[in-house]
Design a protein. Structure first.
Length: 174
């Protein structure tokens, strides 16, 4: 049976499909009592550890996927912009040039556009992840500080929030 469960993570809401055999097994308790971490720095360190099955944490997986996606988008953006400019410059510069045949002209144009695409892809594929990572770090710091401030004013903790979400999910299943 497949259940869709919205999961709130830093930076947005993700929806994940969970395969379970029984409906009441869809949500597991957040952490057992023996695994409860003592402070927030322990939780941050736990993000960068590997579990007993050799998998990384969902938070670190989200960070890696976001980084690779911005590298891909940056490479596409830079490559397309740079290749378009190279195409227009080649046509403009070679109006009066004489080529042996049209195949040679097409080959030189394709070579020029491909090299420019690669240059633009390399130039933008490292700039976008740096910019997006710097912005996400600031937004995450602000959101985390705001969350801790609200929790401190209300006198509750993140463990209580996780337990409340777990109980709410159990009520939904019933």
């Amino acid at each position: 049976m497949i259940f869709l469960r919205p999961t709130i993570r830093t930076g947005g809401i993700l929806c994940g499909a969970i395969l379970v055999s029984e409906p009441n097994m869809a949500d597991q308790p957040p952490t057992p009592a023996e695994e409860k971490l003592t402070n927030s720095w322990d939780r941050v360190r736990k993000i960068f550890t590997v579990d007993e099955f050799g998998t990384i944490s969902p938070e670190l997986s989200t960070i890696c996927q976001s980084t690779f996606f911005t590298v891909f988008v940056g490479a596409c953006y830079g490559g397309f912009v740079q290749s378009r400019e190279a195409y227009l410059q080649f046509i403009e510069r070679n109006q009066a040039s004489q080529f042996v045949d049209h195949y040679e002209a097409k080959k030189k144009l394709q070579d020029h556009v491909t090299k420019s695409f690669a240059r633009g892809a390399l130039r933008w594929s490292w700039r976008w992840p740096c910019l997006v990572g710097f912005m996400c770090a600031i937004i995450g710091l602000f959101a985390g500080s705001l969350t801790l401030t609200v929790l401190r004013f209300t006198g509750s903790s993140m463990d209580e929030v996780h337990e409340f979400r777990y109980e709410l999910a159990q009520k939904r299943l019933r």
